[in-house]
Design a protein around this ligand. Structure first.
Ligand code: COA
Length: 260
């Protein structure tokens, strides 16, 4: 049976992922044409958490069970924001503009590595890969119809500098314009490697050493960077990652091999 997403739910949801024109345009240019990206402002989502009646039509029964296992309000908000951002992407990617299929019909559950996996979709819809990230007030998601994908959003927190030697090499920092703020340079390396991990190394818990940035280019006009990386495991691969700055966050996206 096809359940219908109440129009008010869709409208509420559209508000959560809407952005000023400049930001929306930048986000559009970040992901390839066969993918969709959404960025959700968690401060707009928190009032909805207090209204379980409005959440019910958005989650599958299995997602609903998982959601209620989380005790921390922050974890609940970030997990829910990531799921809704991913469902928004899937809906835009897989459903025609006129379709009001319920978000409940997309069930995104963690696989054995924690990677989000689209376990069920409205009948007849093709499979898609999804990737989710959250950081300081935002959740972001990417969905792609072809191959795997990875997204990372990172608040430019000073904590990045305290663990820099664990993820950034001097040769990689040297690839990035030295006039940029030190935290931005570190954040670029972090988000690139996290996006590549989620896309290509989902089953590798320790991954920073397996990814090496080899080139970083900046398109100032579009406020975009493109980073090329070499991945050493499980086979030698290359990855291209696109990154943009939204306020004091960086968002990085990549797409890659076949998804399961
Ligand atoms: C698991 C990992 C993907 C988490 O990344 P993170 O930066 O902490 O958090 P993000 O918000 O960007 O990503 C979390 C999302 O990644 C997804 N994810 C988790 N494990 C994943 C995996 N193995 N593959 C792909 N995606 C994964 C999930 O969707 C998760 O969100 P959800 O649980 O709400 O659905 C991983 O990259 C990691 O552990 N990073 C931390 C690295 C580290 O060692 N830090 C110490 C300081 S150097």
């Amino acid at each position: 049976m096809t359940s219908i997403c109440p129009e008010t739910t869709l409208k509420t949801h559209d508000l959560l992922v809407s952005h000023p024109d400049g930001v929306a345009e930048r986000l559009r240019t970040l992901s390839p044409a066969h993918c969709r990206l959404a960025l959700l402002d968690l401060s707009l989502l928190s009032p909805l958490i207090e209204r379980p009646g409005e959440l019910a039509p958005l989650l599958s029964p299995a997602e609903n069970d998982l959601f209620h296992q989380f005790r921390s309000p922050k974890r609940r908000l970030e997990w829910l924001g990531g799921r809704l951002a991913a469902k928004h992407c899937l809906h835009r990617l897989l459903a025609p503009a006129t379709s009001l299929l319920s978000f409940q019909q997309y069930s995104i559950l963690p696989d054995s590595h924690g990677r989000p996996s689209l376990e069920s979709a409205p009948s007849g819809r093709p499979a898609a890969s999804v990737s989710i990230s959250h950081s300081r007030g935002y959740a972001a998601a990417l969905a792609c119809q072809v191959g795997s994908c990875g997204i990372d959003i990172q608040h430019l927190t000073p904590q990045l500098a305290t663990v820099a030697e664990r993820f950034a090499r001097v040769e990689e920092l040297d690839l990035i314009d030295s006039r940029l703020a030190p935290l931005t340079r570190l954040g670029l390396i972090w988000t690139v490697k996290e996006a590549v991990k989620k896309c290509l190394l989902a089953d590798y818990p320790s991954f920073f050493g397996m990814i090496r940035l080899t080139r970083v280019e900046r398109d100032r006009e579009a406020s975009l960077w493109t980073a090329l990386c070499q991945v050493s495991q499980p086979a030698v691969m290359t990855a291209t990652v696109r990154i943009t700055e939204i306020g004091d966050h960086l968002v990085a996206c990549t797409t890659g091999g076949a998804h399961a």
